[in-house]
Design a protein around this ligand. Structure first.
Ligand code: CMP
Length: 145
């Protein structure tokens, strides 16, 4: 397996539920370790950057309003096969289809307010990580196994 890095964004509704700690614990329990972390209120440009592929979709306006409504927490996660495993722990985009035990099953309120984002591919992970973090804000090789 390859050591990978991925970005997760704990979304405003999960922040309001006070489950930042629980979400990080789920990653750590699954050997996805935090090597970068920021809490911030996103602006229009940052949301557009992350969700550019969705900018013409009908739901984009609601997604934008939601993502700038309150702070988010950005996490860089390090681990073997981190990109795929992160998405498994997060669960299906639509919480109706999320498996039991996934973050979205437990904390999503709707498909838009689905509690957490995870990079979809290696390319997306690199693009998203280096948009939000400088090299000296990432503490690599935190892996313990
Ligand atoms: P995320 O994994 O962060 O990536 C894109 C986001 O767009 C997704 O989670 C949802 O929040 C939102 N999204 C995707 N599809 C839909 C949809 N059909 N209706 C509303 N929101 C959506």
């Amino acid at each position: 397996m390859i050591l990978e890095y991925t970005l997760s964004i704990i979304k405003p509704n999960a922040i309001s539920k006070h489950v930042i700690g629980d979400i990080i614990k789920r990653f750590e329990n699954n050997e996805l370790f935090v090597v970068g972390l920021k809490m911030m209120k996103l602006n229009f440009h940052q949301v557009l950057f992350i969700y550019n592929e969705h900018k013409d979709k009908l739901f984009f306006n609601d997604l934008l309003k939601f993502m700038i409504s309150n702070p988010v927490v950005l996490l860089i996660l390090e681990g073997y096969d981190a990109i795929n495993r992160n998405r498994l722990i997060i669960g299906h985009t639509n919480p109706v289809y999320s498996a039991i035990g996934t973050i979205r099953k437990d904390y999503a309120d709707s498909i838009t307010e689905n509690a957490i984002h995870g990079s979809a591919s290696k390319e997306a992970a690199n693009r998203e990580i280096y948009y939000f973090f400088k090299q000296d804000e990432i503490y690599k090789n935190n892996i313990s196994i």
